[in-house]
Write a protein of this length. Structure first.
Length: 293
């Protein structure tokens, strides 16, 4: 199952959000085809821009298109000319207001760097195959680049007439671990096609970034933390305090210290009192014997 299901769709709603955020009624099919056309048009027009993902949001007659790229200069163009041209094309097709926003991957989180992004790695391998680079060298270079940049596991698979062979075949290379069946595992997946003189070769890349706590477990942990804090607050309020945050901790620590001092005093008193009583009894016993003598 892990080799046939898309890792992103398999984890959709668990640790990954949707790439298209909108609600539709009877016009659902029309908006779905619009999203497909928009993504295809952007990737075809900006094939050299290093585009990682395209997110689409809708609200009324307004459409927001978020493009995550490793080369924002190519997407924006000189004085924003390329973005304006792209926005006009989408408005002409959808007949709605469109706002295109470009996000630079180099300024994003460490997991989203171009060196560890599965889509960009797949595009790099495809470009090398189209440039007649040996497929094993291209795969090994891709894996080494991702592992050197902080990935916990990388897997690359290529299929087609590799090396110009008469019969197509599938080769793959892996380093590290890529848990495809673990839902909390953040596995990035990307594909690309290399159009060579011998035919089209497909490229797939899996990148493992580590585990993430699912949203339900996070909500459970937060609820338990709030319940614990409320219990501490109630306990402190019963003892006469009304503090919050750090005051609760200080009041609790002070009360524990005072209780410890009180216990220590009682222990010392319990140790001293028996010795005094024993001395008194011995003195009384001695006086009685003398009087008897």
């Amino acid at each position: 199952m892990g080799h046939k299901v898309n890792p992103y769709g398999f984890r959709l709603g668990v640790i990954y959000p949707w790439k298209s955020n909108w609600y539709a009624g009877r016009d659902y099919a029309d908006q779905l085809h619009e999203d497909i056309w928009v993504r295809k048009h952007i990737r075809t027009r900006l094939s050299r821009a290093g585009i990682s993902s395209i997110d689409i949001e809708r609200k009324g007659d307004q459409i927001w298109v978020f493009i995550r790229t490793a080369r924002p200069g190519i997407v924006i163009g000189r004085k924003g000319a390329e973005v304006d041209r792209l926005r006009k094309d989408i408005e002409r097709y959808t007949k709605k207001r469109v706002d295109v926003k470009v996000e630079d991957m180099n300024q994003a989180a460490s997991e989203s760097r171009p060196e560890t992004d599965a889509a960009l790695l797949a595009q790099g391998v495809a470009e090398q195959l189209a440039g007649r680079v040996a497929f094993r060298r291209a795969m090994r270079r891709c894996v080494q680049t991702a592992m050197r940049s902080g990935a916990l596991g990388v897997r690359v698979a290529v299929a087609g007439r590799l090396g110009g062979s008469e019969m197509g075949r599938r080769e793959w290379y892996r380093e590290g671990r890529v848990p495809l069946h673990t839902l909390r595992a953040k596995v990035d997946f990307g594909t690309a096609e290399a159009k060579t003189t011998f035919g089209v070769c497909g490229v797939k890349v899996w990148v493992y970034h580590g585990d993430e706590v699912p949203r339900r477990e996070q909500d459970t942990e937060r609820a338990l933390a709030r319940a614990h804090a409320s219990a501490q607050q109630v306990d402190t309020g019963n003892r006469g305090g009304g503090a919050l945050g750090e005051d609760i901790v200080e009041a609790t620590v002070t009360a524990d210290i005072a209780a410890g001092d009180e216990v220590a005093a009682k222990v010392e008193a319990a140790v001293v009192e028996p010795s005094v009583e024993a001395a008194t009894i011995e003195a009384q016993a001695g006086g009685t014997e003398e009087e008897k003598a």
